[in-house]
Design a protein around this ligand. Sequence first.
Ligand SMILES: [Fe+2]
Length: 366
Amino acid sequence: MKIELSDNKVFFKNNGSKKEIHPFWLRERVNGKDFIDKGSQQRLFDPTELKENIKIKNVSLSERYLKVAFDDGVETKLTVQSILKEFSNVNDIELIEKIEWDSSLNNLNNFEFSNNIFEEKMMYEALISFYKYGFVIFKKVPTKNNFIVKFANSIGSIRRTNFGEFFNVKSKPNPNDLAYTSLPLAPHTDNPYRNPVPCIQLLHCIENEVSGGYSTLVDGYTVTGKLKKDYPNYFKILTEIKIKYQFIDQDVILEDWSEMIKLDENKNFKQVRFSPRLDFVPLIDKEKLDLYYAARNKISELYNSDKYRLEFKLVPGDLLMMDNYRLLHGRTSYDANEGNRFLQGCYIDYDSTEGKLKHLKRKYKI
Ligand SMILES: [Fe+2]
């Protein structure tokens, strides 16, 4: 990639192709204290108020800088590196390659908490690990005074839901969700009925005195990859039919329609939703439903299979951070008479982890 000049025009050259850079694109990027606020890096001018046929009056290029004078009297000096970076159009997060895993994974991505961790390089490493595996566990996180709220807000901002800013997971009388019982919970994703679905769940173990109550995780990315390979027609229909997810409580009804496996615009994995107590398949052709139900049974079988399920015990202080678009989670049953089992949970969205990761990358010049 390089920049070239010819005839008062600026060109971008890449892999044998040469394209002119629109003068207005450069004009929008003028810097200097009259045009950009130093603190916020935000524009002090509104480009929609400029005439759009602005031309370049004069331009010169050195190894590091592009100097441009426009015909509206404005001059600027842009770094070549900043222009090339924009053309490479790379999102740091998309560059992190997901690692497929199953029950044989024995590295549980542990990072030990310290008071300064949110500004330390270790947090950057933990977040990279989170994007690779879909989860990370912080050890020895303080368990007093709902610390989970502080933890979440130190990465980004908590995503409040109708379960509150955070929720307490322990068995209680008259529960409005099976999470608040001692029953086993099969692998599921949280809040599939919400729009948008909360991206990341934090689950903090405060007490765990029971012999059961193991936490379980399944990688939806691995399982849907397996389904695509071995049962392409099942994979296809689960990525095509939108179903309704619904949650009904005393004072709210939440509904959202989505495919069980959602792909992005390039047909790559984006999100799974799975919560077989809350989904409603639309009334479509019987033959299609035959295929749909067979596909749903197969993916349920895979999600619930020992081959893909990680099972481990959270101990007090452990804080599990998991990607609710990629992983399914659950727990084994426990006997509430054996003692207390108390977890606190909350949600954050991707902009929190992405923003923190990019900040730490900048801070440590990684
Ligand atoms: Fe859950």
